[in-house]
Ligand binder design. Structure first.
Ligand code: GLU
Length: 431
């Protein structure tokens, strides 16, 4: 079966391998997922019928620690996507230096078509299917596209029921009341914002710079909120149906409030509970990507900037809050025209970083104040961002390749600490 997204991921890996010295054995190991679990989840629907849903969990690599990564509910979920996302999680955890490998899960479902009761049965069913292969020291799921803290709460409870133990560290992104961490809810957007601030000068992003955001879910909204509070101008946002554009700037909090209440993306400004429509233009998702802005933030799904539209991107900086929004070919086009792409494996790593804090708190049974979460997150994101920026100058490559170079060096050294080809062969030839 052709796996286009995973091929794209391997091309990124190959590009970075030009700059990193690793043993051939290690390189071979990085090209394969450690384990791929594929299953069907039976769900009793509200009308009494039984429906089967296709589910996956891929544990890509666990050399640096237990596999880690979210679970996605989306009608387009497939193995190629889940495997690529699991690979990127392994790279991402190494980029920010958290002691995890990479994993990812998904269910092919449109969650908007399910009742809350059906969603709960599906989420518990997912854990029934994977309970033997996950665990606080094996593989730790978390939220991803269209899953949230409520879903994580059901999943963690189901794991506790199966194991007859209270093991909150098996899942992160849980509700606070069930052992979640303060600051996990906005961590992905906040991490992206800290990266932007850390690299601001080097990226040439000035005070009042204009930003367009594709996707207004958890990551997109919180990034917009923090960026707007810091004086940037959020001129466009979109959801899966299309976007709104106002060159003078939108108020992200008002837009989010109305979207939350009515499920519609509207260009509104609210004073208290009174919201009024403001003048704006409607744009399609593809038009949003091509707007003349300073910073473009893809915060939805993969494969949005491809060889089809890369040449039309006008933003000087692309900050990837989504996973895999830019194809390998598009990366090359953007690099050659001087557009800087701040890659997903750095820009959206705030989520898994605070997941790591949640896991640490669960294991210690000791919970941190939110200021500590923010401070530790900012430190990790800044250190990672600056190291990557330095690497890209040293290697004269794009930021993604620089981030990969740092990550695969870390993973590679962990693999090689178990022994390399030459280490074992010296022993054999000495006999
Ligand atoms: N789904 C998020 C990501 O893609 C978070 C993963 C996690 O917290 O484990 O990075």
């Amino acid at each position: 079966m052709a796996m286009p997204l995973f091929d794209n991921a391997l091309r990124q890996l190959d590009e970075a391998l030009k700059h990193v010295k690793l043993e051939a054995d290690t390189i071979e190991l990085l090209r394969y997922p450690k384990a791929v679990h594929s299953f069907a989840i039976p769900v009793r629907m509200d009308n009494g019928s039984l429906k089967m849903f296709k589910g996956y969990r891929v544990q890509y690599n666990d050399t640096r620690g237990p596999a880690k990564g979210g679970i996605r509910y989306h009608p387009d979920v497939n193995l190629d996507e889940v495997q690529s996302l699991a690979f990127w999680m392994a790279i991402k955890c190494a980029v920010v230096g958290v002691p995890f490998g990479g994993g990812k899960g998904g269910v092919k479902v449109n969650p908007k078509e399910l009742s809350k009761l059906e969603l709960e049965r599906l989420s518990r069913g997912f854990i029934n299917a994977v309970a033997d292969v996950i665990g606080p020291d094996r593989d730790i799921p978390a939220p991803d596209v269209y899953t949230n803290s409520t879903v994580m709460g059901w999943m963690s409870d189901q794991y506790n029921i199966i194991t007859r133990r209270h093991l909150p560290a098996v899942i992160t992104g849980k509700p606070l009341e069930l052992g979640g961490s303060l600051g996990r809810d906005d961590a992905t957007g906040r991490g992206g914002f800290y990266v932007l601030q850390a690299l601001r000068e080097s990226l040439g992003v000035k005070e009042g710079a204009t930003i367009a955001i594709q996707g207004f879910g958890n990551a997109g909204f919180h990034f917009a909120r923090l960026a707007s509070e810091a004086g940037y101008k959020i001129v466009a946002v979109s959801d899966s149906r299309g976007g709104i554009y106002k060159p003078e700037g939108l108020d992200p909090k008002s837009v989010y409030k109305v979207k939350h209440e009515t499920n519609k993306l509207e260009a509104v400004y609210c004073e208290g509970s009174v919201c009024e429509l403001v003048e704006h233009k409607k744009v399609t998702n593809s038009e949003l990507l091509e707007l003349d802005v300073d910073v473009l933030v893809p915060a939805a799904l993969e494969n949005q900037i491809t060889s089809e539209n890369a040449n039309n991107i006008k933003a000087k900086v692309v900050l990837e809050l989504a996973n895999g929004p830019t194809s390998f070919d598009a990366d090359e086009t953007l690099f050659s025209k001087g557009t800087i792409v701040v890659p997903d494996i750095l820009a959206n790593a705030g989520g898994v970083t605070v997941s790591y804090f949640e896991w640490v708190q669960n294991k210690a049974g000791y919970y941190w104040p939110v200021d500590k979460v923010h401070q530790e997150l900012e430190d990790i994101m800044r250190v990672a961002a600056l190291a990557i920026d330095e690497k890209r100058s040293a290697l004269a490559c794009n930021m993604r390749t620089a981030a990969y170079a740092i990550a695969i060096d870390r993973i590679g050294r962990a693999v090689e600490a178990h022994g390399t080809h030459s280490f074992f062969m010296d022993e054999v030839s000495a006999k």
